[in-house]
Design a protein around this ligand. Structure first.
Ligand code: NAP
Length: 272
């Protein structure tokens, strides 16, 4: 076991799914885990190998609670890693998804990640070492119909992390993306449909979302992407991104080599 960035980690979105699985994995390996989410009781859970999970209330859309969580973690043992898992999905057609839903999508997935990292990065810079991990998605490089705004929020994270890596490297900070595909978590039940009742896309959109929900519910367990994050934390020079699972690595390879219109036809056919 290599603790390349020390033994303290802040995980956002840690009350459920991938964030929760990551909290358990890191804590069982001896880490002190600050597990942030909106819906949790403050508590300390002792785990194997001296690790613990300290659940802490934190809304990544709220500056005050995010600042409090980061400052507390730093004051009580320091911080070496931040793993941004807080996220949600809205579904709707690219044309007429309600704008306020699109903004809410970016507020959590993109600006929430930015907010937390902006609070953590000064500490990492001061100590000359640290790791920023972002739970993106395969949808951050392959846009999904009827989840165009979710995909856009993940594409935005992709560009942000690539640039952040170059900017923070001189300060000893590393950053990487994790790209899961369908994963069985609370994400499916939490997804919000956001389109007008009379949308001309309604029927196709509902069919596509039902297909996606099925794929997620029969997807890999949350521990798989959590393990990808855990392995990145052992690396002093992590890659830009890790795609989770052989199937999705194959999808990414196909996307690179196939003509764009041929790839698009296959993708579109999956969600008709
Ligand atoms: N499941 C998949 O198929 C899949 C695939 C690719 C990528 N991902 C990504 O993986 C990440 C984790 O999702 P998941 O699948 O584990 O879903 P999940 O089970 O629904 O977990 C989402 C977590 O985010 C937290 N959260 C939501 N809004 C928040 C906010 N404003 N502030 C703080 N925490 C917030 C939730 O807790 P509270 O409600 O208590 O705050 C929960 O702990 C997301 O970024 C998602 O986009 C998921």
């Amino acid at each position: 076991m290599r603790y390349s960035y020390g033994k303290a980690i802040l995980i956002t979105g840690a009350s459920s799914g991938i964030g929760r699985a990551a909290a358990e994995l890191f804590a069982d390996a001896g880490y002190m885990v600050w597990a942030g989410s909106r819906h949790c009781e403050e508590s300390v859970e002792q785990r194997q190998n001296g690790g613990e999970i300290r659940s802490i209330q934190m809304d990544v859309c709220d500056e005050g609670s995010s600042r409090q969580a980061v400052e507390r973690a730093v004051a009580e043992g320091g911080l070496g890693i931040v793993l941004n898992c807080a996220g949600m999905g809205i579904a709707g057609p690219a044309e007429d998804t309600f704008e306020e839903a699109v903004r809410a999508q970016f507020e959590v997935n993109y600006f929430g990640t930015l907010r937390v990292n902006r609070l953590v990065l000064p500490y990492l810079r001061a100590q000359g070492k640290g790791l920023v991990l972002v739970m993106s998605s395969v949808a951050g490089r392959v846009p999904i119909p009827y989840q165009s705004h979710y995909s856009s929020s993940k594409y935005a994270l992709d560009a942000y992390v690539e640039a952040l890596r170059m900017e923070t490297r001189p300060f000893g900070i590393r950053a990487a993306l994790i790209e899961p595909g369908d994963t069985k978590t609370g994400f499916t039940a939490a997804r919000r449909m956001a389109m007008p009742a009379d949308s001309p896309y309604r029927q196709t959109c509902e069919g596509a979302i039902a297909r996606m929900a099925h794929d997620e519910e029969t997807g890999v367990p949350a521990m798989k992407p959590a393990l990808a994050a855990f392995r990145l934390a052992e690396k002093e020079n992590p890659p830009v991104r890790v795609t989770v699972g052989a199937v999705y690595k194959g999808v990414m390879a196909l996307r690179k080599i196939m003509p764009a219109r041929a790839f698009e036809r296959i993708l579109a056919a999956m969600y008709q």
